[in-house]
Design a protein around this ligand. Sequence first.
Ligand code: ADP
Ligand code: MG
Length: 404
Amino acid sequence: MKYSQHFLFNTETIITYVREKLNIFKNNSKLQAEEIGDGNINYVFRIRDVNSNKTIIIKQADKLLRSSSRPIESKHNYIEANVLRLYGEVVKDYVPKIYYYDPNMLAIIMEDIRDFKNLRLTLLNGKIVSKFADNITSFIVNSTLITTDIVMDSFVKKDNVSKYVNKEMCKITEDLVFAEPFSNYKNRNIVLKDNLTFIEKELYKDTNLIYEVAKLKDSFMNNSQALIHGDLHTGSIFVKGDKIKIIDPEFAFYGPIGYDLGCVVANLFFSLVNAYINNKNVNFINWLERTIAEIIDFFKIKFLRKYQENVLDISFKNVKFMNWYYDNILKDTAGCCGCELIRRVVGDSKVIDITNIGDINKRIIAERILIKCGKTFILERNNLKNGSDYVEILSNIKKEDFSS
Ligand code: ADP
Ligand code: MG
């Protein structure tokens, strides 16, 4: 009964909890805990056995937002635990192992992937990650396709859609990715003074762009295509050699597959623009460009292969339909990639790839390039068919004169 009512752990109570709940550490072991979280909703504790150096991670959700103390439903935590468990079955090499989930304490006890490094920081350091395109496309294809109507029994699929309804987290995305960056209607956008006029002209006053983004938002809200991760940026991906691990699926829900693919690609664009602006090593830049292109192209090959191998539904066993279905994912990918590019520049949730560009003139240019790319991906989303199209658009926009 002791843990039937949620309270927030601290570095002492978490140790008592771990000893009582799990048989992971020996009774006489000396344990230490530290809180390593950096987010707005969750606390992440690392528990270490001082003698053996064995560690585990406990991620605990709060019932209040860490920033504003606004109450938040806890369903995202239940979803995160369930999705990590599902990934543990279907893409097990790509996630930390889950040892225990406690729905009262909102605590997920899992493997510590401390040998793996944050992909965003790895790329900021100019390090090449072998086989990244191969791994991330395997993860996306293998975790999503089996949850679609192409493969899944239609009753199970509908039950799943309802099980993974993630209202609060989806609302955050609907606002912060698909609405606020294009209208600033909550007055929460944060923009450089020198980019304000540019942003007003290119975003807030572009009625056609706003119309196209509304369509993408509608698709995000209504296309319950597959169970997607929902926040697949480079800070949710960890790497070690040519291995990757994915964490933090608390935004998961049944949505468009292209949202995940577009999010990964957009976040690699932040690394790439950072590399251009800082004149990073040409081998690194070439690898990053190739990786972006390969992600789109490998996705196609793997997705279509898995589709053909697994399709069960009588109507969907149809090559013409399969190509139409794939084509729509590609359009969502380009559109969502564009929105992610823009929201990270204009919205209040920034990425350090851009904010740590110290030279303000360089940062102004980097932001304008990303906004222009984002717009092009959104507006031209029906025409982006190959990975090379993405890299070409950036390379053309980079040549424009943004100095005035
Ligand atoms: P939030 O939902 O608050 O963003 P994350 O799941 O992204 O929380 O975790 C925040 C940080 O905690 C990560 O960036 C990472 O440094 C660390 N972390 C989370 N899970 C693990 C894990 N299983 N192993 C090692 N570190 C982890
Ligand atoms: Mg996170």
